[in-house]
Design a protein around this ligand. Structure first.
Ligand code: URA
Length: 209
């Protein structure tokens, strides 16, 4: 069973409190999403492996540390996931970035792929899939299935606000994927919005409402 890590750092929680407010405008919303992603990335990378490396400082030789293991990639789910990319890259600047676009078939309600561009060597990378909102889990589970079909073996999922339904579906369909969550909310309403949530994250990031 995958782990669900609620990122309860006070700075993350404070900033989530601000983006939830309806009076927070797009400029601040976008900036805060980026800051939250940066802080969540810092917390979610705590367990990355280190290896010893021999270096020379201007004063002497020493054994320093560097990241070991798989290289990293960040894969935002379009469109709202884009808002988290800058913050992630400010912590892990060497990561490559892939993009996955999905829309929902209004009859079947199933997510349909309309865009997928991944780093060529994605199968050898550890991938962070990012989307600010985990609602039904339809897009997130589909995106992760797409990555697995491309050979990606190590995947983590990061969202800022999650609904219990989304967490449950992710754990059922992808029990090998750990979940990094800023806040776990109460439920989904009849329109698929997270309650209390923060509204439509994509519209608020890009000012399209
Ligand atoms: N996507 C959003 O942007 N907001 C929600 O509440 C649910 C899904």
């Amino acid at each position: 069973m995958s782990k669900v890590m609620i990122m309860d750092h006070p700075l993350i929680q404070h900033k989530i409190g601000i983006i939830r407010r309806q009076e927070t405008g797009s400029k601040d919303f976008r900036q805060l999403i980026s800051e939250i992603a940066m802080l969540m990335c810092y917390e979610a990378t705590r367990d990355l492996k280190l290896t010893d490396v021999e270096i020379e400082t201007p004063i002497s030789k020493m054994t320093a540390k560097e990241l070991a293991g798989k290289k990293l990639a960040v894969v935002p789910i379009l469109r709202a996931g884009l808002g988290m990319v800058d913050g992630m890259l400010s912590m892990i600047p060497a990561a490559k970035v892939g993009h996955i676009g999905l829309y929902r078939n209004e009859e079947t309600l199933e997510p349909i792929e309309y865009y997928c561009k991944l780093p060529k060597d994605c199968a050898e990378r550890e991938v962070f899939v990012v989307d600010p909102m985990l609602a039904t889990g339809g897009s997130a589970t589909a995106a992760i299935t797409m990555l697995k079909n491309k050979g990606v073996k190590k995947i983590r999922f990061m969202c800022i606000v999650a609904a219990p339904q989304g967490i449950e579906r992710m754990q059922k369909e992808h029990p090998d994927v750990d979940l990094y969550v800023g806040a776990l909310d109460d439920h989904l309403n009849e329109n698929g919005y997270i309650v209390p949530g923060l509204g439509d994250a994509g519209d608020r990031i890009f000012g399209t409402k």
